[in-house]
Design a protein around this ligand. Structure first.
Ligand SMILES: CC(=O)[C@@H](O)[C@H](O)COP(=O)(O)O
Length: 268
């Protein structure tokens, strides 16, 4: 049975999106992306300028990957900066897909909700397919949908912290209230179990970078995340049991003492 992820009218088999920064080498980045089976990779023109890159293999690998490129505006702190970078990325990477980041605070790299909505509106009017990196605030998410975003990427935790799904109440609320919107948990995922949990909760996909790139063995970790995302999605599709407070025996007994049961089995 096919269970495809559809974003802006394009379908994907994989529900794991990965970043391309922080790897020990371009070769390990390439191998890790392959091991993750990701079909969408994010990259930043600002942090990985092709003109300044000593080692051009990085850009060769990106071009050869066959993945949907998702340029991001990492590090941008104002709508103007983000729009400029988006336009440059569109030209260089030949795609109108954009992971929009407008950062509002240096301590936790929290998105600026006001700047995000303003920038998303402008970029969508220019024809971009915007995937905004946002907080898990329901009202903000609705405003982003109102200006034309078709996919939202709420954070699990601040970028690079590996803390997992910090505010499950907010995330669960988003999932319930925006049931027909593709929601991708972006950032703060530190372990495959956390990615699996996001998928089990019904999120459509996860995006992560640091947990793979900074692992002792990034390629092995990329494969671990691939398996976790597949497992979380399968569990969601299978329908998880409801949690309950009181115990319930998993081996039901008949309404008679066990020796009578044994006798009746022996007599049969
Ligand atoms: C690469 C990228 O886009 C990051 O900004 C993204 O949000 C991933 O965050 P982690 O590094 O915490 O996985």
């Amino acid at each position: 049975m096919s269970d495809l992820l559809t974003l802006y009218g394009k379908t994907f088999n994989s529900r794991l999106l990965v970043g391309t920064a922080l790897y020990p080498s371009p070769a390990i980045m390439r191998e890790s992306v392959q091991a993750s089976a990701s079909e969408i990779i994010t990259l930043s023109l600002r942090r990985q300028n092709p003109a300044q890159q000593q080692d051009n293999r990085f850009w060769d690998y990106i071009r050869e990957s066959g993945c949907q490129l998702l340029p991001n505006t990492a590090g941008c702190k104002s709508p103007r900066e983000a729009v400029e970078l988006a336009k440059m990325s569109q030209e260089i990477f030949q795609t109108d897909w954009l992971k929009l980041e407008v950062i509002g605070d240096d301590y936790n790299l929290q998105p600026d909700p006001f700047g995000l909505v303003e920038t998303a509106r402008e970029l969508i009017q220019l024809g971009f397919k915007v995937l905004p990196y946002c907080t898990d605030d329901l009202v903000l998410c609705r405003k982003l949908l109102d200006v034309g975003c078709e996919v939202l990427m709420p954070w699990g935790a601040p970028i690079g912290t590996g803390q997992g799904l910090l505010n499950k109440y907010n995330l669960q609320t988003l999932r319930e209230r925006l049931s027909d919107v593709p929601l991708i948990i972006d950032a703060g995922i530190g372990a495959p179990s956390q990615a699996a949990e996001a998928l089990e909760m019904g999120f459509d996909a996860v995006l992560l970078n640091t947990a793979i790139a900074k692992a002792q063995d990034p390629v092995l970790m990329a494969n671990a995340f691939k398996l976790a995302v597949e497992s979380g999605r399968a569990a969601f599709n299978a329908g998880l049991m409801l949690r309950r407070q009181t115990a319930s025996p998993s081996t039901p007994t008949l309404d008679m003492p066990f020796w009578q049961q044994a006798e009746s089995i022996l007599q049969d």
